[in-house]
Design a protein around this ligand. Structure first.
Ligand code: SF4
Length: 406
């Protein structure tokens, strides 16, 4: 791993800028760093554009931040490209377009790379606790520097998603989901997903990080939360240190974020704020507490009852995204006074008749409900299954006499 952009490993520097103009903020923060090591080098910008979402929703990285990064790294003499491998079911070029990344890249003649296009490089992780190898997108290895450019978000499974977690978008295609399905390790209360991200950082971490805190996401992140305007951009050569400062701005302590704690314990970076030089001195003036992700899905969606047994976080995310996207249409499919019953995970002994069974793990109950195959399925599949179901009919289309209802 290249450390030329982080010359002081023991006491890394992180700069924060504040203001309504995300492009100007990013230019200002990057001007604080000596970027001369990138002269003549290939630099990959890795924003978080993993989901189909419009600009301003806090879901994907603000294109103005990416535009400024292109301009500054090019001024420093780098050959710049932008790459992403989105979540399962999303096409890279489509998400780039919707997120406004294609437009700023085309204006600048900057190359866009679908990181999923080539076969992956299988990379061993020395000392990995939860995972021993990873399928890393091959393009990553063509670049001298990788710059992680996440948007600042709460994450329902990993507490936050910042520059270290954003590197998971360099894992090949569906192999990203594998990290959500690991068995619980003995002797720790930390989820295997968090430990795996800490393991991942041993072989895959950013050479430089720019965190977009212009419009962030709180609550049900990473895909179904609430936008939160913070108007900050921060940057640093140690991704862990940069994430630790971002956590503090969000009202969190990085020591309580297991993937950052385990990764720093693996020697991948510094999260102790006393060791990090943060500028300007009044940086905490820009902080604002972020609402955490709710722990109880049923509470958040009171017309839905969730039966969750041993599900992995991939199915939990799918369910949340489905509810977020289609929740307002559900009353049309739920009989008056009833709640939509939804099951995820494996090992349910019995479920109420008519339950919406999401994911392959629930297949044994398919006869008595609405089954959606997939591991995990995507939200549109779930909604289509609901629409086509003989158990649930849109109101106004009265079910046939004698058909099963609940
Ligand atoms: S069906 Fe869902 S809960 Fe089961 S393994 Fe797949 S993603 Fe995990």
């Amino acid at each position: 791993m290249n450390n030329l952009l982080n010359p002081n490993r023991e006491h890394p520097e992180v700069y924060v800028t504040h203001g309504a103009d995300a492009y100007a903020n990013t230019i200002a923060v990057l001007k604080k760093f000596d970027l001369s090591p990138v002269l003549g080098k290939k630099v990959l910008l890795k924003p978080n554009v993993g989901r189909m979402a419009k600009i301003g929703t806090g879901t994907n990285t603000n294109p103005e931040v990416v535009a400024a990064a292109i301009d500054v790294f090019r001024d420093a003499g780098a050959i710049v490209a932008i790459g992403e491998s989105p979540i399962s079911g999303v096409k890279t070029m489509e998400s780039f377009k919707l997120a406004g990344i294609t437009a700023i890249a085309e204006e600048r003649g900057c190359r866009l790379i679908d990181l999923d296009r080539q076969k992956p490089v299988i990379t061993d992780i020395p000392g990995g606790r939860a995972i021993q190898s990873l399928k890393i997108c091959a393009d990553i290895f063509d670049f001298d520097f990788v710059v992680s450019i996440p948007v600042m978000k709460i994450h329902m499974h990993t507490d936050v998603t910042l520059s270290i977690k954003n590197m998971k978008g360099c894992l090949w295609r569906r192999s990203k989901v594998d990290l959500h399905m690991l068995p619980q390790l003995e002797g720790t209360s930390f989820k295997s997903l968090d430990i795996a991200i800490g393991d991942m950082a041993v072989v895959l971490r950013p050479d430089f990080s720019i965190i977009d805190g212009s419009i962030c996401m709180e609550g049900l992140g990473p895909g179904a939360g609430t936008p939160k305007e913070l108007n900050v951009v921060l940057a640093g050569g140690d991704g862990f240190a940069t994430d630790a400062v971002a956590c503090r701005l969000m009202g969190l302590d990085a020591h309580n974020v297991p993937h950052l704690l385990t990764g720093s314990e693996n020697g991948c970076g510094v999260i102790d704020l006393e060791q990090i030089k943060v500028f300007p001195e009044n940086w905490m003036d820009f902080s604002s507490e972020f609402a955490a992700a709710p722990k109880n899905l049923t509470f958040e969606f009171d017309n839905v009852e969730v039966f969750d047994k041993n599900s992995c976080s991939a199915c939990q995310s799918t369910l949340l995204l489905f509810l977020q996207k289609y929740g307002n249409l559900l009353p049309d499919y739920i009989p008056e006074g009833e709640r939509l019953k939804v099951a995820i995970g494996k090992g349910h002994e019995s479920l109420p008749e008519g339950t919406l069974c999401i994911g392959q793990c629930t297949v044994q109950h398919k006869e008595f409900g609405v089954f959606v195959p997939g591991c995990p399925p995507v939200g549109s599949q779930i909604f289509n299954a609901l629409k086509e179901s003989s158990y649930l009919s849109p109101r106004g289309n009265s079910p046939e006499v004698g058909s099963t209802q609940w």
